[in-house]
Write a protein that binds this ligand. Structure first.
Ligand SMILES: Cc1ncc(COP(=O)(O)O)c(C=O)c1O
Length: 300
């Protein structure tokens, strides 16, 4: 990770080296933290954060899972994010807001533990690379919506993603694909899944997945380009016979999928519609499409 100079921590900008916590914070032991991943991009008008409002709203919504009282308003957190970018003087990168149960209370019930909030930013290029990726259907099932809360971004949930990612890497794949408890496609470890058949996009319905902000953006951008989308239960067999498949996510942006297990998808590289969507997405995030100007929050 490329470090920057400052991290916003509980209301103040502190030096990167000084943003420290105790080994006995509640969240370290039990995963009782909520977080976001956001990107900001270089534009003609300076650094712009993509869909800052939606990401901050999701952070606050995730916190409700634990009845965690974040001691800052949405507006304060948004302003703090922009301030952290300005202070670090970087043009583009990744933003990691996190709120967690802190030091002072052990035991599973977090009530009474202090809530700490931090926002870090750092330069982060392409997450899965520019090329289409090979994905492996994981032996691990995506978290069951009756065990955990799929639409919240809770740190503890990511053990499921870590296990599936390690499994895929060990088998020579770049990324994994997790199935839900019904045996159908849920999502990647940090991405939403799409397939394209005859020019139409299909993506798993909400319920067993994180409602991705990139997923929502791509559905809207695709419509402008004449491609309808449908939320639909997708089996692995169905996906393997698609013309194109791709992942969306803040980190992964739009990443083509060229292979699922042993099956090559389409022509074995990023598909033409996926490429078109990726280009259109990059135009939006870099401020070149005025229609989506309201999705950008400028740091300057
Ligand atoms: C499990 C999971 N699914 C999907 C996504 C994509 O969501 P978004 O587009 O909001 O980054 C993420 C990333 O936050 C994720 O962690």
């Amino acid at each position: 990770m490329d470090k920057t100079d400052y991290i916003w921590f509980n209301g103040k900008l502190v030096k990167w080296e000084d943003a420290k916590i105790h080994v006995l914070v509640h969240a370290l032991h039990y995963g009782s933290a909520v977080f976001e991943g956001i990107r900001f991009y270089k534009t003609d008008k300076g650094p712009a954060v993509f869909r800052l409002k939606e990401h901050t709203a999701r952070l606050l919504k995730s916190a409700k899972v634990f009845n965690m009282k974040i001691p800052f308003t949405q507006q304060q957190l948004e302003e703090a994010t922009l301030e952290t970018i300005r202070k670090n003087k970087i043009g583009a990168g990744y933003i990691r807001p996190i709120a967690f149960f802190g030091y002072g209370k052990m035991g599973l019930n977090p009530e009474g533990a202090p809530v700490d909030v931090a926002i870090a930013v750092w330069p982060w290029g392409s997450y899965l690379g520019e090329e289409a990726v090979k994905v492996k259907v994981s032996k691990y099932m995506r978290i069951h919506p009756k065990s955990l809360i799929s639409d919240a971004k809770v740190s503890g949930h990511y053990v499921n993603s870590i296990l599936a990612s390690l499994e895929a890497k060990e088998s020579g794949y770049q990324e994994c694909l997790l199935l839900d408890y019904t045996g159908n496609i849920a999502e990647g470890p940090g991405e939403n899944f799409f397939m394209i058949k005859k020019g139409k996009l299909y993506t798993p319905p909400l319920g067993n997945i994180l409602p991705g902000i990139t997923r929502d953006s791509i559905i809207k951008i695709a419509r402008d380009l004449g491609h309808d989308s449908e939320e639909k239960v997708i089996s692995v067999k169905d996906a393997k016979s698609a013309d194109e498949c791709f992942y969306t996510g803040t980190a992964a942006e739009v990443t083509g999928i060229k292979q699922i297990d042993e099956t090559v998808i389409g022509n074995g590289s990023i598909g033409p519609i996926t490429r078109k969507l990726k280009t259109a997405f990059l135009d939006v995030v870099q401020g070149r499409n005025k229609k989506y100007g309201s999705w950008l929050s400028y740091a300057k």
